[in-house]
Design a protein around this ligand. Structure first.
Ligand code: UD1
Length: 306
């Protein structure tokens, strides 16, 4: 039974990865410092996994976490854009230095492949749509810089050393267990939480802005494919659904699914907000054999039920 390590395994995407890796029969180890992850996310599988409470900045924790591991899924990071603007140094220490230390530990432990999580944030607000991986990147925050460094370090390690690595650029991921309480939570987590109780939602702007929303189950599926696909080594790959949906359409879908109106309050657009985001997922199709399985409607239904 191969051992897979999920860093950030107590987080939203990480905990879904843990669940799927266990289902396919992997021995699963989690490294998490619970800075934004929650023990409750792992509660159903707590007895089936090895949990190391530790930090990416601690070489001893990384050595323990990577020992005997074949595959690493690196989801741990400081995820908040605003926090990175307020304190770039800590974002750099965790996301950039932490990733470098993890890659070094993985190399030292003889890990076969590391799959790292990057973000569509690296594209900045370039108006060109859809976003493909060859577009010029334009990080607009220290967070985006840290994700760019994450993917570049992964690819450089794959070229220089006998350690395979793949970087996945996630678009707007949504699904059960995404924390709706933070002011920086994804729009779907917030709108689903409101739709469950009939509470009002706030749309920043006129609601015509659109995003390429991808269900967490599809992101997990892409990670599993990226763990094995030979052609994906040293590549950066968009992970999205390849379709965009406006916030107004999102509200309509939620109203339809819950069979009741979702009250909307309109507020001024957020500064720095981009208008539209859409990915081409051709590279994921070709290199990973990835095709999204979960429609937005089905993904929303699952999120509402959770
Ligand atoms: C996402 C990432 C962010 C990253 C950015 C660039 C999340 C949570 N955020 O932001 O880290 O820097 O991509 O790739 O994934 N909105 C409302 N009402 C709300 C919440 C949001 O109208 O209650 C609007 C926002 O103003 C925005 C849209 O919904 O126009 C989507 O917001 P959000 O889910 O935060 O994602 P991004 O802005 O795409």
């Amino acid at each position: 039974m191969p051992t897979s390590l999920v860093t950030g395994g107590a987080g939203f995407i990480g905990s879904h990865l843990v669940e799927r890796l266990l289902l396919r029969g992997d021995h699963v180890r989690v490294l998490d410092n619970f800075s934004s992850g929650h023990a409750a996310n792992l509660a159903p599988w707590r007895r089936s996994i090895e949990l190391i409470e530790g930090d990416l900045r601690d070489p001893a924790a990384l050595a323990r976490a990577t020992a005997g591991v074949e595959l690493v899924f690196h989801q741990a990071a400081l995820p908040l854009v605003q926090q990175s603007v307020d304190d770039p140094a800590i974002t750099n220490a965790v996301n950039v230095d932490g990733t470098l230390q993890l890659l070094l530990a993985a190399r030292g432990a003889g890990v076969r492949r590391v799959v790292v999580a990057s973000s569509a944030a690296v594209y900045g607000d370039d108006q060109q749509l859809p976003k493909h991986e060859e577009l010029p990147i334009q990080p607009l925050s220290p967070y985006a810089v840290s994700k760019l460094a994450t993917e570049q370090y992964a690819c450089v390690f794959a070229r220089l050393y006998p350690l395979e690595a793949v970087a996945l650029r996630y678009f707007n991921v949504f699904g059960p267990r995404q924390d709706p309480r933070s002011p920086y939570s994804g729009v779907i987590a917030r709108f689903c939480a409101a739709a469950r109780t009939g509470a009002e939602v706030t749309i920043f702007g006129d609601g015509s802005q659109s995003r390429d929303f991808v269900a967490v189950a599809d992101v997990v599926h892409a990670n599993l494919l990226a763990g094995d696909a030979p052609a994906a080594n040293a590549q950066v790959i968009n992970i999205a659904r390849g379709e965009r949906t406006s916030l107004l359409d999102l509200v309509r879908l939620l109203e339809d699914l819950t069979a009741r109106p979702l009250p909307v309050r309109f507020a001024p657009a957020r500064s720095g907000d981009i208008l539209h985001s859409l990915a081409t997922i051709d590279r994921a199709r070709v290199l990973l054999g990835f095709a999204p399985q979960v429609s937005l409607r089905e993904g929303l239904r699952l999120t509402l039920e959770a």
